[in-house]
Write a protein that binds this ligand. Structure first.
Ligand code: HEC
Ligand code: HEC
Length: 405
């Protein structure tokens, strides 16, 4: 099997994207410990409109060339069923930005995954379509395609495609399972979209657009949201950040879990965030991975989040329970919540001084990436982002993995 990077690395296009046969496919899992230099800047993926090659044969026949920012050594894996093409990525980009996808027309995917907020929404807990309070904090959308052990804090969605369908029919976008097919058909029939779906998926004129088509396009776009080129990646950290990095992988042993290019081991850990300081279960405690895995020993475990852009994604943790990044670092460095039962054995009090904690925070600041999602259309949404609105008692329980939000 040819590894994508071996083929692609000689085709780096700064500021543009090109098709390279045999490139971007079969990419293996990110080899997260390698760092390569000499990569071009991350780029947006414009739809390749107007190119004759876009018509027949279907664009799936063509491949995608990755332009990797510094710090990401491999392109994210791409499922064989949904190969990358410029037409599909461009379509997915528009769909990601389109409020008409939501049940009440109030929200696009971008509404909760915004540039200024590091690809999240700045809220303690998300507020879905119809202003429905959701039960979790919004994670960043950056580098989301590198998470290979399941998406969402609890890992319940195995692929981006499944995640998209869940977010779309569930509370986030509020379309509802029963209305999904009709919604996809309606979107696909819009004059601005119909030709794009036809090109991206090789559809016959008049063929119905399905929810799966929409999910495939959006997922292809999400796979292009790469966060790199940070001060850390470019070797341009100041002294405090450099000291912080040494602590991070040394004395503070953060890299036990926050490892690899994306600063996540992709694994699930109980770091004590579902219990209070006395070790009692929080009233609104979320069982995390315990639910989709059906195994009690996974209760209160959440996937290690990436730390890229983390300075912008406050509040933190799956429940948005901590607003301040320094406080999060202090908590993690102290071994998490020592009283919480079942806490991960890799967490211990690493005895960091306040000055050392400040250095680790400075290091996290060196993980801000310069890229931004190209916004299309008016993305103002009443109520998002605003001061935290806690999910009240009327908040609906977490949907099952099948009806995932
Ligand atoms: C109302 C806010 C909101 C909207 C709208 C929204 N999301 Fe999210 N998104 C969230 C929240 C909250 C989570 C985490 C939920 C969980 O873990 O249970 C999430 C998680 C995700 C994840 C998984 C991230 C990870 O680290 O595992 C992806 C991918 C994602 N959203 C994409 C989308 C797409 C695509 C859309 C549009 C169809 C969308 N989101 C719309 C709030 C939102
Ligand atoms: C045992 C594995 C593990 C270790 C060690 C660890 N973390 Fe984490 N970290 C996690 C998990 C899991 C979460 C998410 C917990 C949750 O949401 O309830 C997390 C969350 C965070 C967050 C919040 C990110 C967000 O988007 O909400 C930051 C910041 C963070 N960790 C930094 C650190 C630092 C700094 C260290 C070292 C002092 C460290 N972590 C050590 C597993 C770990």
């Amino acid at each position: 099997m040819i590894r994508a990077r071996a083929v692609c690395s000689s085709f780096v296009f700064v500021g543009t994207l090109a098709f390279v046969p045999g490139c971007g496919k079969d990419s293996t899992k990110a080899d997260s410990n390698k760092k390569t230099a000499d990569k071009g800047a991350v780029d947006k993926a414009p739809p390749d409109k107007g190119s004759a090659d876009d018509k027949a044969p279907p664009t799936e026949a063509r491949e995608w060339a990755w332009t990797l920012p510094k710090g990401l050594s491999e392109p994210p894996p791409v499922p064989a069923e949904n190969p990358m093409t410029a037409a599909k990525v461009g379509l997915g980009h528009q769909l990601f930005m389109d409020k008409r996808l939501s049940g009440d027309g109030s929200r696009s995917c971008y509404s909760c995954h915004q540039n200024e907020l590091g690809g999240a929404d700045g809220r303690t807990l998300a507020l879905g379509a119809g202003d429905k309070p959701l039960t979790r904090n919004t994670p960043t959308i950056w580098n989301v395609a590198y998470h290979q052990n399941g998406l969402y804090w609890d890992g319940r969605a195995p692929t981006l495609e499944k995640q998209m369908l869940g977010a779309w029919k569930g509370g986030n976008m509020g379309v509802g399972e029963d209305n999904l097919a009709a919604k996809a058909k309606e979107i696909g029939a819009l004059p601005e979209y119909a030709p794009e779906f036809a090109v991206a998926f090789g559809l016959e004129p008049g063929a119905e657009v399905t929810p799966e088509h929409v999910a495939m396009a959006v997922s292809a776009y999400e796979r292009t949201l790469l966060c790199g080129d940070t001060a850390f990646d470019k070797g341009e950290m100041d002294e405090a950040a450099q000291r912080g990095w040494d602590l991070f992988r040394g004395k503070a042993s953060c890299s036990t879990c926050h490892a690899g290019d994306n600063l996540s081991d992709g694994a699930f850990h109980n770091v004590g965030t579902s219990h209070d300081a006395s070790g009692a279960l929080l009233a609104d405690a979320d069982v995390g991975q315990g639910k989709p895995s059906g195994a009690e020993e996974n209760n209160y475990k959440f996937r290690t989040p990436t730390l890229r852009n983390v300075t912008k994604t406050a509040p933190y943790f799956h429940n948005g329970s901590v607003d301040d990044l320094t406080e999060v670092v202090r908590y993690m460095a102290a071994g998490g919540n020592a009283k919480a039962p079942g806490i991960d054995p890799n967490l211990r009090n690493t005895q960091l001084s306040e000055a050392e904690i400040a250095d680790v925070v400075a290091f996290l600041g060196a993980l801000e990436c310069p890229g931004s999602l190209e916004v299309i259309g008016d993305q103002s949404v009443g109520g998002i982002p605003e001061g935290p609105i806690e999910a009240g008692p009327e908040a609906e329980p977490e949907p099952s993995p099948e009806a995932a939000n």
